[in-house]
Design a protein around this ligand. Structure first.
Ligand code: AP5
Ligand code: MG
Length: 217
C-alpha cells in the first residue's frame, strides 16, 4: 500500500469490514480505525452524558451524531501511528462525514481510496447474530462460520467472548435502515469522485482478503 493513503472500507453491517480491516492492518502496518470500536470504548468508560448517549444510540442501532464522529476521527488520526496512513472501518457513514474526511485528507495531504464490500442481505443475519468478539484482543469470531476452538473462549487470550448489544434482530433492522438511508448513497458519491473499488464480500474471508490485497498492493 503506498504510504500516506487513507483507506475507507464501506459496507453494510456484517459485511466484514472489521474482519478485513484487521488483516489489512497486519499486512500493511497501518492502523485500523474502527469508529464503532472507539465509540463502544467511550460508552464503557462510565456515566458521563456522552457515554450514556452513545450507549443508547449504539444499542438501538441508530447513528451517533456527525459532530461527535468528526471530533473522534480528527483526534484519532492525529496520533503518531497514523503517519504512514490509516484504514477507516465504519467511517464515513453520512455525506457530512464524507465531506469532513475530504477536509481532513486535504489538510494532511493524503489521497482517499474507498473500497465497498458488497454483500447479500440474506447472509447478514447469521453473520451478525452469530458474531462473538474478544473484549481483550478484539478478535472476531462467528459461531456458524468461525467458531473459537473452545466454546465462547478467545483462542488467543482465553477471555470470555462477548455478544454485542446491537447484534439482536431489532437493532440489526435499524442498522440496516440507517445504512440504506445514510451510507449506501456514499457508493455513488465516491463513484463520482473516481476513488471507489467494489469487491464481492460473499466469498470466504481469505478470498475477500485476496481481492483487497490486489487493490491495495
Ligand atoms: P460498527 O461497530 O461499525 O458496526 P456495523 O457498521 O454495524 O458493522 P459491524 O461491525 O456490525 O460489521 P462488520 O462489517 O465490521 O463485520 P465483521 O467483520 O464484524 O458500528 C456500530 C454502531 O456504532 C453503529 O450502529 C452506530 O451506532 C455507531 N457508529 C459507528 N460508526 C459510526 C459513524 N461513522 N457514524 C455514526 N455512528 C457510528 O463480520 C461480521 C461477522 O461475520 C463476524 O462474525 C465475522 O466472523 C463474520 N464474517 C466476516 N466476513 C465473513 C465472510 N467473508 N464469510 C463468512 N463470515 C464472515
Ligand atoms: Mg465492525
Amino acid at each position: 500500500m503506498s504510504v500516506g493513503k487513507i483507506i475507507v472500507i464501506l459496507g453494510a453491517p456484517g459485511s466484514g469490514k472489521g474482519t478485513q480491516a484487521k488483516r489489512l492492518q497486519e499486512k500493511f502496518s497501518v492502523p485500523q480505525i474502527s469508529t464503532g470500536d472507539i465509540l463502544r470504548a467511550i460508552a464503557k468508560e462510565g456515566f458521563s452524558l456522552l457515554a450514556e448517549q452513545i450507549r443508547e444510540t449504539q444499542a438501538a442501532g441508530k447513528l451517533v451524531s456527525d459532530e461527535i464522529l468528526i471530533q473522534v476521527v480528527s483526534e484519532r488520526t492525529q496520533k503518531e501511528d497514523c503517519k504512514k496512513g490509516f484504514i477507516l472501518d465504519g467511517y464515513p457513514r453520512t455525506l457530512g462525514q464524507a465531506q469532513q474526511l475530504e477536509g481532513l485528507a486535504l489538510s494532511q495531504e493524503r489521497e482517499i481510496k474507498v473500497v465497498n464490500v458488497d454483500i447479500l442481505d440474506s447472509l447478514l443475519l447469521k453473520r451478525l447474530t452469530g458474531r462473538r468478539s474478544c473484549p481483550s484482543c478484539g478478535e472476531i469470531y462467528n459461531i456458524y462460520f468461525k467458531p473459537p476452538k473452545s466454546n465462547n473462549i478467545c483462542d488467543h487470550c482465553s477471555e470470555f467472548l462477548i455478544h454485542r448489544s446491537d447484534d439482536n434482530l431489532e437493532s440489526i433492522n435499524k442498522r440496516l435502515q440507517e445504512y440504506r438511508k445514510n451510507t449506501e448513497p456514499l457508493i455513488d458519491y465516491y463513484k463520482k469522485h473516481q476513488c471507489l473499488s467494489s469487491i464481492d464480500g460473499t466469498q470466504s474471508p481469505d478470498e475477500v482478503f485476496e481481492l483487497l490485497c490486489q487493490i491495495f498492493q
